[in-house]
Design a protein around this ligand. Structure first.
Ligand code: GLU
Length: 318
């Protein structure tokens, strides 16, 4: 009888696969558009590209600019959601839905139609509702510090910081996000002042991390909410599973279906060109390349993930 293979017994050399993946996308390097509504994101070199994988046994593999920090933007929503669920549990779903939005990430129209209850926690309005819950009885600064400590501990690097110039730019260009928050306040779906809520959201978008740090930080999502290295339960397994479900259906703006079709992994895109993807029972992948497609997902980053998944067979639909 042959022994069942452990999922971490990879059929290929992962370093070779990552190097080949970066080489594969050289023709796309620098393509895509930078988000002009956030000036701080237009100052990056659009030719940057990196990818990193963190495995459940503690090994990390990386290629390209995987050790260069970028602002993780709304990828942070996955982590604030984890913390808010720890704080308030299932009552969070009284304030935010679980459906794909099929609209732009910052659509005011949808919020008006749905009376101030955002479609899901991974779009901007939903992330702000999550932040409102995360503040709870504390201050916005306490909530931000909790998120920072969580990320530092998860990735094992206490140097992770907020890029203050990005945070200022988020606030200066934040009229639309403030409008969303005011809409929700008008429908009594926020319990803190709008400025408190957006101050958490703007800072979480400005957290600077590398692909390698990001992949390590998200490992608990690949292992039923447990840190695979220590066995510590970070999040209830049922909640980790639900976050993955939301990442599949709502993680990439109005191209979540396309991402599932091409890559087949739970994921979350940010407008800085970062993408986090989770390979259940195996590990986490982070890819970064600043140019975006028309829906706001990294153009080259998503092609890198597609190529890597072709090589590894990691699609959850395989
Ligand atoms: N800071 C960005 C915004 O609020 C984040 C959007 C994103 O990454 O999806 O529009």
């Amino acid at each position: 009888m042959t022994e069942a293979k452990h999922p971490l017994d990879l059929p290929i050399d992962l370093q070779e696969a990552l190097d080949a993946t970066v080489a594969d996308v050289s023709a796309y390097q620098g393509q895509g558009v930078l988000p002009s509504y956030l000036p701080s994101l237009t100052q990056v070199n659009p030719r940057k590209l990196g990818i990193a994988v963190a495995l459940g046994d503690g090994r990390t593999f990386a290629a390209g600019d995987a050790d260069e920090a970028f602002s993780i933007q709304s990828i942070s929503n996955v982590f604030s959601l984890s913390l808010a669920l720890q704080h308030v549990g299932g009552s969070l779903w009284n304030h935010v839905g679980k459906e794909a939005s099929g609209s732009a990430v910052n659509s005011v129209v949808q919020l008006e139609l749905e009376k101030g209850k955002p479609r899901n926690p991974l779009i901007n309005a939903g992330a702000m509702v999550v932040d409102d819950q995360l503040i709870g009885h504390d201050s916005p600064d306490v909530a931000v510090n909790e998120l920072m400590e969580f990320l530092r501990e998860r990735c094992g690097d206490c140097t992770v910081e907020i890029d203050q110039s990005v945070a200022i730019s988020e606030s200066q260009g934040g009229s639309l996000n403030r409008s969303l928050a005011h809409y929700m306040a008008a429908f009594n779906n926020l319990s803190h002042p709008v400025e408190d809520v957006v101050s958490v959201y703007f800072r979480q978008c400005a957290i600077a991390m590398t692909c390698r740090q990001l992949a390590k930080a998200a490992l608990y999502l690949a292992f039923d909410g447990t840190d695979p290295l220590t066995g510590d339960q970070i999040l209830l397994a049922s909640r980790a599973r639900r976050i993955l479900a939301l990442m599949v259906t709502c993680g990439h703006y109005d191209n979540s279906g396309d991402f599932a079709f091409r890559i087949g992994l739970p994921g979350k895109s940010g407008v800085s060109g970062g993408i986090l993807a989770i390979v259940p029972r195996v590990g986490a992948i982070a890819a970064w390349s600043p140019g975006l497609n028309s829906a706001g997902t990294s153009l080259t980053g998503s092609i890198m993930l597609e190529k890597l998944v072709e090589r590894t067979g990691w699609s959850i639909f395989a």
